[in-house]
Every structure is written in C-alpha cells, then in structure tokens.
Design a protein around this ligand. Structure first.
Ligand code: PLP
Length: 406
C-alpha cells in the first residue's frame, strides 16, 4: 500500500508572504534583478531560486509542481496550461523528425490525433497497438523507437496497462515509458511501478471542479529542466504556460484529492456492481469480470479504489443519447465531456472525445457507438442515484423491469 504520496502531500506546508496559510500568488510575468550578472546567470539556467519570466517558471506554479511531484513520487514536476500541453511537450522533447513511437491504441482522442495526424509533419510515426499484449509491444520496437506511451487506465475503454511489465520492456531497450495517469490519480502510482514520465490532465480529478484546464509532467530533474531550456525546451518554446492564479487554485483543490478519489471510487464500484447484476454491459476495473482487474488489483494503492470511471454499452447511439438527455433532465448529472467533477458527467465517446479515431478503428478496439462513459460524482446517497438511473433505463426500455435486481 502506498500511503507515502498522500502523506508527502499532507506534509507540504507553506507560509504566504504575510504568514497566510496558503502561499502568496505570484502576480507577475517578469522579475527584477539587483544585478545584471544574476540576470545573465539565471538566463543560462545557473541560478537556483531566481525567477526570470513566468513562461519559464513562477513561484505559484513551482508550488503546484512540488505538490504534484509529491503525489507521483518523482523528483520534480512541470505544470502546463493543459493536459495536451504536457503531452505534446513531452513527445516533442523525446522525439526528433523521423522517429517512432509505440502507443496504446485506446488513449484520449486528442493524444491519438496528435500522434496520428500532427506528428506526420515531422515524419514521426506511431504504432498503435493493444498495450495489454506485451509480446506485440516488444516486437514493435525498432531502432527508431523513442518512447512507449500508454494511459494507466485508458480513455474511454478503461483498459488497464501493466506498467511494471511495460517498464521491464522499456528498461531492457533503454526507452522511456510515458504514462498518462489522468484516470487514476492516487489509485495508481506509475513512477513507483517503473514509469519514467507521468503525465496528468489536471483538468480532471486533480482539480476536481471543472473550472479550468491544466496539465503536468512529473519526472526527473534532468528531464523537467530540459523541457524548460530556453534554447531547446519544448515546454519553454511551445509556451503552454499555466497562469499563476490557476496554479494557486488547483493547489488548494488538490488538498482534498484523497477524500474525493475514495468517494468517486466507492460510488463507481457500487453502481458498476448494481448495473452488472441488472444484466447491463458494464465495464469497470473493480469488477472481477474486467480483463485487467487482477493487474489493477496488483498495482493499485487499494485505499483509493478502482477509480471513478465506468462505461455502460446501451446498444446504440440513439439509446445512449436518449438516456443521457433523460438523466440530465432528472438532475443526475451533466451530458458533458471531461471527468473528475463532483457531479456525474456522461458522454458517448464514439461521437465526442474519441471522435478523432476513425469509425473502423473504433469498432476494431471495441468502442461501440452505444457506449456511455460515466465519470461518477461525489453523490452522498448513491443508492438513490442508482434507483433514479435505473428508472430512466426502464422508462426508455434499455432495461427490462424483470431483469432488475429488486
Ligand atoms: N489525457 C486524458 C486521459 C484525457 O482524458 C484528456 C482530456 O480529456 C487529456 C489527456 C487532455 O487534457 P486537457 O483537456 O487538459 O488538455
């Protein structure tokens, strides 16, 4: 059990400029120097603790980065203006023109589109494969391969990557393993399992209030510094910089992450078990019917549960749309993309967050158009929520009354 991350996070204690219990927010884009020499040294990256310009770093973003490094157990972390800002910077830092990437085929649609379409500009090719097929991963490595990429629990199919096994492959081949841990903060600690770089879209569970977009790259000091290099750093030069005000608000929200993750997981497990008993096609890593259940059990920090995401396939897009609209009318949550909010969010990924993936490929990977992805909220009375969702399903003939378990 890895309690250390939450403890390390809890032990971070800051004093604001006037002794405030939250650190002061840095409200400047640029910083003064008492000597021109120090400014030059800072520009060259030789001065610790001096700030130059907020695209490079700012005190507020460094505080947030420190908390995220504690969360992921990495040496350090760079925050970015979005999850995609983190992902694109990491990829472009690791790969040169003509290189090759191996990636899980079930990943967030934006990441997929970046690898498949955008990287063509640089002649960087990606082999997309079933990341649970470890032989296929090892066989796909070529002399041009520069990284292996996966999501710990994938969007939207909730496939569970065996991070320890993948890391054995990457270590053997001297390649970095990059893991997007957006779906499973605290539940899975990729760096403890051998990942070299851990990425999050902070937009989701870590911030938890769906009021901003942000991201982070957690890794070694060397790698994170290379991202900030004024001459060659993808973070610095692509300019995906988080605003300090947002950095400060995310840091405050992060303080309740451990409580929220436990509740999201508890509620999602409850609903997944009920839906499964009702005969629905439900996918949730906490169910023993999930193909990745044992791997997840093996690599997770059990006190945080199996996460807040589940999917239910209701057979057709028509059914999915009708159900989502009705659930929203009944105030059970929002028909919205994204996840990790305190209210339940639901969307049909085939037509939304994974629409960048061609239909043929969606079918091949098992992404049916009737699939609804639920990000389960922090509902206090989850039995009441279950009954209300079930009533919606019965009213729409998605669930037959006699099939249900009451
Ligand atoms: N990674 C995953 C798993 C996601 O689900 C998303 C967004 O949905 C991203 C990355 C991109 O993050 P952002 O929207 O903050 O750029």
């Amino acid at each position: 059990m890895n309690q250390k991350a939450a403890n390390d996070l809890q032990d971070l204690q800051y004093f604001g400029e006037y002794g405030g219990v939250n650190p002061s927010i840095s409200d400047s884009s640029t910083y003064t120097f008492l000597s021109a020499k120090t400014m030059f040294d800072t520009f060259e990256g030789n001065t610790e603790g001096c700030y130059l310009y907020s695209r490079h770093s700012s005190p507020s973003n460094l505080y947030l980065g420190e908390a995220l490094a504690a969360l992921e157990g990495t040496e350090t972390a760079n925050v970015t203006a979005s999850g995609m800002g983190a992902i694109t910077a990491v990829i472009l830092q690791l790969c040169d023109a003509g290189d090759h990437i191996i990636s899980s085929r079930t990943i967030y649609g934006g990441t997929y589109a970046f690898m498949k379409n955008f990287l063509k500009k640089f002649n960087i090719n990606t082999t997309f494969l079933d990341i649970t097929d470890l032989d296929a991963v090892a066989e796909a490595i070529t002399p041009k391969t520069k990284m292996i990429y996966c999501e710990s629990v994938s969007n939207p199919l909730l496939e569970v990557a065996d991070i320890a096994a993948l890391s054995r492959i990457t270590k053997k081949n001297n390649l970095p393993l990059v893991v997007d841990n957006t779906f499973s903060p605290l539940s899975i600690s990729p760096s403890k399992l051998g990942a070299d770089i851990t990425i999050h879209s902070l937009t989701k569970f870590i911030n938890g209030t769906s009021d901003c977009v942000a991201g982070v790259v957690c890794g070694t000091k060397d790698f994170c510094l290379s991202l900030k290099d004024v001459n060659s750093g993808a973070g610095m030069l692509l300019g995906s910089t988080l605003d300090s005000l947002r950095g400060a608000s995310i840091l405050k929200n992060m303080r309740t992450l451990h409580i929220r993750v436990k509740k999201h997981s508890e509620n999602a497990l409850f609903l997944a078990q009920k839906f499964e008993k009702d005969g629905l096609r439900v996918v949730y890593p906490g169910l023993s019917s999930h193909p990745g259940h044992l791997i997840m059990e093996d690599q997770m920090n059990p006190q945080y549960g199996f996460g807040g995401l589940l999917t239910v396939d209701v057979g057709s897009l028509e059914n999915a749309n009708a159900l989502m609209e009705l659930m929203q009318d009944k105030k059970l949550g929002y028909l919205a993309v994204s996840l990790g909010f305190y209210k339940t969010l639901f969307s049909a990924p085939g037509a939304s967050t994974s629409s960048e993936i061609p239909l043929e490929e969606q079918k091949e990977m098992g992404l049916g158009d009737g699939l609804i992805r639920f990000s389960i909220g922090l509902d206090d009375d989850i039995e009441r929520t279950y009954q209300a969702i079930k009533r919606c399903m019965i009213d729409l003939n998605i669930l037959e009354t006699q099939k249900t378990n009451d």
